[in-house]
Design a protein around this ligand. Sequence first.
Ligand SMILES: [Zn+2]
Length: 289
Amino acid sequence: MKKLLLYLTMLSILSIWSCEEPATLLPSISGCTDEFSFNYHPDANEDDGSCMPMHGCLGWVGGYSKSGQIISSLGHAAYDQKFWKEVAIQRAFFQQIPAQVSILLEPEPELKNAYASSDGQIRFGYYMFWDILDQYGELPVASILAHEWGHRTQFHSNWNDYNQPAHMELEADAFSGFYLFLAKRWAWSQIQDVYQALMDFGDYNFNHPQHHGTPNERYAAARLGVELGKYAVENERQFSYKELHDIFIEQIRTQIKPRSLEEKPVEYSEITFPEGVTDEEVRKLFPRE
Ligand SMILES: [Zn+2]
């Protein structure tokens, strides 16, 4: 009887072991298991809650299959030339802010994206480019690229006084507005039209309140950049990145965010670039470190 009991005990221990065996054969790999997420990890079998939605300008996550691949061309010589010319203008404007710009072939057309990363990259999506162009023309491309260069400025400068992700996004919009007015000499109405287009371009989640901010907030942030650009020209005042950041983040915290609680769209008056200012004079106003 004792022997039988021992035998049964051993059997049950063995059976417990054999039950657990598959788990020891398959080590758990934690990561994002949602294949529609930006950082989908194909080998992960345990979701660690890190999944990031695909759309919007999120950082590059190397090695993940859904991130897409770098390609050398938009597949159209004239638009390649225009795109790289725009990159060169922005590189001259955002002097001292390094960025390696490349064209990203997203894994699927519906996963279109454009983003900046902390390790120095700006990736502009192939499908992103062509979708924007088809629907809204060329102007929003410069605006998105400048928004990403704004993110590069944030990463490069190691600013970390943001209370929420939307603050970073709105500041990137302010940098974009500052650039479009100062370097491209766009009028406020043009910039506003571009932002309207981008916010209609819902796939990019440009208007996701938790991510990029509400449309009202985004207009206000772009407007802030334009107003500061106007101030810079009229007063021949060159700003440092830090000065711009201090002004932008203060306004975002105290003015833009509280104001955006009002549902009503804000009406803005037109601002145009002053006449008689030479390119050389404007170049002296490009921000510096
Ligand atoms: Zn962004």
